[in-house]
Structure formats: structure tokens, C-alpha cells
Design a protein around this ligand. Structure first.
Ligand code: COD
Ligand code: ATP
Length: 196
């Protein structure tokens, strides 16, 4: 059973992934892989520096993520350039990790840009974590210290709620408490495990 998990920024995907992992799923996290493929010393980071210059490096020679975010969330062309370096590497790593998963596992691919990149058809089921944009913006500003402008830019770089909901097999509404979220995730996991 191969499951795609997606949702807008700060919708609660990582929280859902963590609960699914506790329930027994194998989770492959595209955001985490996207960090690994541009770690210090990788060919990915070298390509990013070739495209964007040394200004996107910290003094320690790592990717300066806030600086990179300020560039790419203000300019769709530059975002495409960064994605063209990172996405193929993430897909290759995710495929390797999936191949190493135990037979019969529920494998969950946590992919923020699942709707945007047209990958939904490749999964047995797609789970969409959904919240209104105001909730996303509040979580980004209050919990993560972003400015309202930064939050708006990131939400604006993504598919609309409607576009994400259109690819969903299951929609998890995450406007209640964390306890409500857990109950909902358990319900969806039981259905996924029964289908697999
Ligand atoms: C621009 C970067 C350096 C900013 O790093 P930062 O630590 O601030 O954010 P992080 O990587 O933790 O991402 C947080 C969230 O931002 C959103 N986001 C990230 N990249 C993108 C993108 N290209 N388009 C739209 N939303 C994005 C997602 O909702 C993601 O879950 C980083 O997001 C990045 O390398 N993005 C390009 C790679 C990518 O597309 N990643 C998404 C999954 S593969
Ligand atoms: N139901 C909820 N009630 C309160 N806080 C929540 C709820 N769901 C998630 N959060 C909090 O909101 C923040 C964003 O959640 P999470 O990190 O799971 O989102 P995400 O979709 O993975 O984000 P990103 O797209 O940036 O990777 C976290 O601090 C999380 O603890």
C-alpha cells in the first residue's frame, strides 16, 4: 500500500506523519530528504551554489535556508531552478527508501508538493491534510516566527485548497485539537491498512 500524504504549509503534515509512524507506517519525508540532498559537501549543494552564488551559504558552508527561502518564495523562476536541483534527487532517494521497506508495509510518502507536481496517480491512496489559509498563516507566524508577508508568500507558492482536495482519497480536517487530529488519523490508518 503506497500512500501519498500532502497538505499546505503548516497544515499539520509532519504531525500526521508522526502519528502514522507510531501506528506502524513507514514514512518517507520529502522535506527531510530535500534537506539531506543539499547538505554540506553534496553535489546538490554545489549545483545550488553554481546557480545562486555564495550568498546562499552560511559561514559554516551550509545552505542558508532563510536566505534561500527569501529568494525563491519571491520569484517563481528562481523557485523552479532550485526545484530542478532538489526534486530529482529527492525522488531518487525516496525510491531507494521505498525499495528497502518491509514487504506488506503501509508506505507513506509525505510530499508537500504532491498536487503541484502531478504525482497523485502513482499512489494507491492520497491523504490531504486541510486547513483554511488563516490557520496556516497563524501557525507560521505564531509558532514559527515568520512575518505575515513571508507566510503569505509561501501559501501563494502552493496549490489552492481546492486543487489539493481534488486529488484526495481521504481529507483530514485539522482545525480541531491535536487529540481530534489523532482520532482522525487513526480512523484513516485503519482504512488504509484494511485496503492494503
Ligand atoms: C527554500 C527552502 C531552502 C526553505 O527552507 P525552510 O527550512 O525555510 O523550509 P522547509 O524546507 O522546512 O519547508 C517547509 C515548507 O515550505 C513549503 N515549501 C518548500 N519548498 C517549496 C516550494 N518549492 N514550493 C512551495 N512550497 C514549498 C512546504 O510546505 C514545506 O513543507 C526549502 O524549502 C527548499 O529547499 N525548497 C525547495 C525544495 C522543495 O521543493 N521542497 C518541498 C518538498 S520536496
Ligand atoms: N490540531 C492542531 N492544533 C494545534 N497545533 C497544531 C495542530 N496541528 C498541527 N499543529 C502545530 O502546527 C505546526 C505545523 O504543524 P506541522 O509541522 O505538522 O505542519 P506541516 O504541514 O508538516 O508543516 P510544513 O509544511 O512547514 O512542513 C506545528 O507546530 C504543530 O505542532
Amino acid at each position: 500500500m503506497r500512500v501519498g500524504l500532502t497538505g499546505g504549509v503548516a497544515s499539520g503534515k509532519s504531525t500526521v506523519s508522526a502519528i502514522l509512524a507510531e501506528l506502524g507506517a513507514v514514512v518517507i519525508d520529502a522535506d527531510q530528504l530535500a534537506r539531506e540532498v543539499v547538505a554540506a559537501g553534496t553535489s546538490g549543494l554545489a549545483e545550488v551554489v553554481a546557480a545562486f552564488g555564495d550568498d546562499v551559504l552560511t559561514a559554516e558552508g551550509e545552505l542558508d535556508r532563510p536566505a534561500m527561502g527569501a529568494i525563491v518564495f519571491a520569484d517563481p523562476e528562481k523557485r523552479r531552478v532550485l526545484e530542478s536541483v532538489i526534486h530529482p534527487r529527492v525522488r531518487a532517494r525516496a525510491a531507494e527508501m521505498e525499495a528497502a521497506a518491509p514487504a506488506g508495509a503501509v508506505v507513506v510518502h509525505d510530499i508537500p508538493l504532491l498536487a503541484e507536481t502531478g504525482q497523485a496517480d502513482g499512489f494507491d491512496a492520497v491523504v490531504v491534510v486541510d486547513v483554511p489559509a488563516e490557520v496556516q498563516a497563524e501557525r507560521m507566524t505564531v509558532l514559527r516566527g515568520m512575518t505575515p508577508e513571508e507566510a503569505r508568500a509561501r501559501i501563494g507558492a502552493q496549490a489552492s485548497r481546492e486543487q489539493r482536495r481534488a486529488i484526495a482519497t481521504y481529507v483530514i480536517e485539522n482545525t480541531g485539537s491535536l487529540a481530534d487530529l489523532r482520532t482522525e488519523v487513526e480512523r484513516v490508518y485503519d482504512e488504509l491498512a484494511a485496503r492494503g
